[in-house]
Design a protein around this ligand. Structure first.
Ligand SMILES: [Zn+2]
Ligand SMILES: [Zn+2]
Length: 189
């Protein structure tokens, strides 16, 4: 049986929403095989840590186990685990196996991810709600601009033809004048 990479205690095996997971009851770390982490994230980590929820809630996040100084090894393939920050920019450390890509995470950190995700979702909803009237405004504005552009085009066409008529009339007049002049000249002779 696999043991906790941190305290080398035997894992407690359990099934969470159909996902077979390993947990260390000592350090409250969870071991996710490749793919299990995101599958569990979809469901939410809070149910996972229910039995220790009271303890975890009492613990401020700062009391989460500090990042390990010494190398810890994958419980499955014994490759070293590498610490990385969840979602790159969060301050929630997770450890991933360089070999099988399994993920090692502590209960408190999982709860922080849950909180982060729900606040992220909320802010996304907020943005969507805020953006909706703005998007309608933009859409209307684009429609209005399109209408103005069309109108201007029509106007330009109209004025072009008006100008054309003017020029044409002028030309006609000058043509007539020329003709009159010619007639006048003709009559003079
Ligand atoms: Zn442990
Ligand atoms: Zn591994």
């Amino acid at each position: 049986m696999n043991t906790c990479p941190k305290c080398h205690k035997e894992f407690t095996l359990f099934t969470y929403e159909g996902i077979d997971l390993s947990r260390c009851s000592d350090c409250k770390g969870f071991w996710f095989k490749d793919g299990q982490f995101s599958a569990t994230k979809q469901i939410g980590f809070s149910g996972l840590t229910d039995d220790s929820a009271a303890e975890t809630a009492a613990e401020p996040p700062a009391e989460a186990p500090p990042p390990d100084e010494q190398e810890i090894l994958c419980p499955d393939c014994s490759e070293p685990l590498v610490t990385f920050m969840y979602a790159y920019s969060s301050d929630i450390p997770l450890q991933r196996c360089t070999g099988c890509r399994g993920i090692w995470a502590y209960s408190a950190d999982l709860l922080r991810i849950d909180a982060l995700l729900s606040s992220y979702k909320e802010s996304l909803d907020d943005i969507r709600m805020q953006a909706l009237p703005l998007m309608l405004k933009v859409k209307n504005k684009m429609k209005e601009e399109e209408r103005i552009k069309k109108e201007a085009k029509k106007e330009a066409k109209k004025s072009r033809s008006f100008f054309g008529r003017m020029v044409g009339q002028k030309q006609d007049r000058s043509k007539n004048r020329n003709l009159n002049d010619i007639l006048e000249d003709f009559e003079k002779e």
